[in-house]
Design a protein around this ligand. Structure first.
Ligand SMILES: Nc1ncnc2c1ncn2[C@@H]1O[C@H](COP(=O)(O)OP(=O)(O)OP(=O)(O)O)[C@@H](O)[C@H]1O
Ligand SMILES: [Mg+2]
Length: 199
């Protein structure tokens, strides 16, 4: 909140920058706490519970996540192609959280001088959300592990958190009757694809 006030209400650019950083840090801390609470609830109760509603404007909600990330990571290029022409039954907050986690990872671990590409569309009765980044690939033998809770390689770049983000993404996709997969190579980049049933 303090960060937000500093960022919005100060004409001094230095203070505004400090405000923006505070805001980003607060957002990240709050996400970490939410993630740990999610894990605790999941472990106790078996899976993430959803609040499913019919969403007419999911495309706009996903664009909002992309816009927030553009603000949080100025100087980075994020291309988005979000095409969801029909109402979708889903938990809007959870779907936003899924995209936010994938996009945060792509911006943190992908090549900083290359664009990140976000696509979302409807295919075969599923909502498909994909995030692609260039950079160091995830080694083949680690690609199965990235969705485990608390897993992050010893060499993982600083700037990440506890190793919960992808586990929570997979739980969100699973709770929507779908799943998530990764492909990663030096030539093709790293692609996370989440598929969620929408009806
Ligand atoms: N897009 C990506 N490109 C390369 N490596 C990735 C990518 N996304 C995830 N990883 C690797 O997978 C690990 C696990 O990711 P995950 O999101 O679960 O946890 P985290 O980012 O380390 O922490 P948290 O998400 O809890 O803040 C990361 O530490 C990173 O090494
Ligand atoms: Mg993460």
């Amino acid at each position: 909140m303090t960060g937000e006030l500093l960022a919005r209400n100060n004409s001094d650019p230095k203070i505004a920058v400090i405000g923006e950083r505070l805001r980003t840090t607060t957002r990240r801390m709050s996400r970490l706490i939410d993630d740990v609470l999610d894990l605790a609830r999941g472990r106790l109760g078996g899976g993430i519970s959803l609040s499913i509603e019919g969403e007419d404007s999911l495309a706009q909600l996903l664009e909002n996540v992309v816009a927030e990330m553009r603000t949080a990571y100025p100087g980075r290029v994020i291309h988005s192609k979000i095409d969801i022409g029909i109402p979708v039954k889903c938990d809007r907050g959870r779907v936003q959280q899924l995209l936010s986690n994938l996009l945060g990872n792509a911006l943190t671990y992908g090549a900083h001088d290359q664009p990140v590409i976000v696509t979302a569309d409807i295919s075969g009765g599923h909502l498909e959300i994909a995030v692609l980044n260039e950079g160091e690939p995830i080694p083949q033998d680690m690609q199965g592990k990235v969705f485990e809770p608390y897993w992050r390689p010893a060499t993982s770049k600083p700037g990440g958190g506890l190793g919960l983000g992808l586990y929570i993404c997979s739980e969100i996709a699973r709770a929507h009757g779908g799943g998530i997969k990764v492909t990663s190579s030096a030539d093709g980049g790293t692609l996370f694809l989440a598929q969620l049933r929408i009806a």
